[in-house]
Design a protein around this ligand. Structure first.
Ligand SMILES: NC(=O)c1ccc[n+]([C@@H]2O[C@H](COP(=O)([O-])OP(=O)(O)OC[C@H]3O[C@@H](n4cnc5c(N)ncnc54)[C@H](OP(=O)(O)O)[C@@H]3O)[C@@H](O)[C@H]2O)c1
Length: 315
């Protein structure tokens, strides 16, 4: 089968498609014929740095998510041809991932779905929509009465969260750090430039999804209303942790702070997401679709940030 295989630090220019054997099934694992997969920032980190870490299986086929069909169900009880999504749980790091024709995946991260959406739209969904859903509902407990701030909204996750929140009926305040990108978040009730200080510039925010991350956390906490919940999900600001964060002084009285990590997908949440998309007649959003033979171009586009929204590769 065709696959992208990484063994060492690999710039986009050095990405090649190799021929490797189709993996053989074993108990507890299923073989998935991949139809599409989305690109993620974490794969870029793997390719350019993390590949050297001891816990990465090498050589490794990257890719933390995919959609496809069961090619060999092993002992899972799933039917051949069943449509599935798969994501996370070590995929593309401790075992081979989705930048390939087939993937041998643990049954626990493979979730059957029923959907008539085209593969490229499905391919935009698993990681991005699972993360948006978990952040909005498990962490922020979003309801129709909320005003939701999406800080750093011009990314795949931001677009997905806005689509879901608007479909739910929330008021949405969205930010971008680039003035030329304001039209991309025009679906929000209020779209504004984020110059690093939102405190005093917005009002009525009861839930905040912070995708800029620790770089803006202190300001997000003071920009929301008393009683609001702030969820840290993204790291777009390039700051990964906060030294000297003082919970007593930095979290205002009566404001709540939580965080979301997408490593633990469940069938229940996947079912909820697809039922919601179906009910609201929504299609997962994507920026651009590449054929697998052009996966290198897809990776280039990711590295130079030339595409707005999710990059999807399809077979
Ligand atoms: N917690 C989790 O489990 C989880 C899961 C998935 C993703 N994430 C994180 O969520 C974030 C979004 O992921 P994604 O896949 O949706 O990203 P993406 O679509 O690849 O978006 C990346 C783009 O975001 C834009 N951006 C917007 N605001 C920014 C800011 N303040 N600073 C820098 N760049 C900004 C940048 O473009 P411009 O500079 O041109 O605007 C950049 O090209 C990432 O930090 C990712 O690591 C977390």
């Amino acid at each position: 089968m065709k696959a992208v295989v990484l063994d060492e630090i690999t710039g986009a220019n050095d990405v090649v498609i190799s021929e490797v054997p189709i993996p053989e099934v074993r108990p507890g694992w299923v073989l998935v014929k991949i139809k599409a997969f989305g690109l993620n920032h974490s794969e870029k980190l793997l390719r350019l740095n993390e590949i050297r870490a001891d816990y990465i299986q090498k050589p490794v086929i990257p890719g933390i998510e995919c959609v496809g069909e069961i090619a060999n169900p092993s002992d899972s009880g799933l039917a051949v041809g069943q449509k599935v999504v798969a994501l996370m749980g070590g995929m593309g790091r401790s075992f081979n991932g989705s930048y390939a024709e087939y993937a041998l995946l643990p049954r626990r991260i493979v979730f059957p779905i029923e959907s008539d959406l085209p593969w490229e739209a499905l391919g935009a969904a698993p990681e991005t929509y699972f993360t948006a859903w978990g952040s909005l509902f498990e962490c922020l407990r979003l309801t129709t009465e909320d005003t939701l701030l999406i800080r750093g909204a011009t990314c795949a996750l931001g677009y997905a969260a806005m689509q879901i929140a608007k479909a739910l009926g929330c008021r949405v305040v969205a930010t971008t750090h680039r003035e030329e990108k304001l039209p991309l978040i025009a679906q929000a009730d209020e779209a504004l430039i984020d110059d690093g200080k939102l405190t005093g510039k917005i009002s009525g925010v009861t839930k905040a999804l912070d995708l800029v991350g620790p770089k803006s956390l202190r300001d997000t906490l003071t920009a929301v209303e008393k009683g609001a919940i702030v969820c840290q999900t993204g790291l777009l600001g390039g700051v990964y942790a906060l030294n000297g964060f003082d919970p007593i002084k930095d979290i205002p009285n009566g404001v709540y702070l939580t965080g979301f990590f997408s490593n633990y997908p469940t069938q229940k949440v996947i079912d909820e997401i697809f039922a919601f998309l179906d009910d609201k007649k929504l299609k997962p959003k994507y920026g651009k679709v590449f054929d697998f033979e052009n996966v290198k171009d897809a990776i280039f586009s990711q590295d130079n940030g030339s595409i707005d929204g999710k990059i999807v590769v399809k077979w």
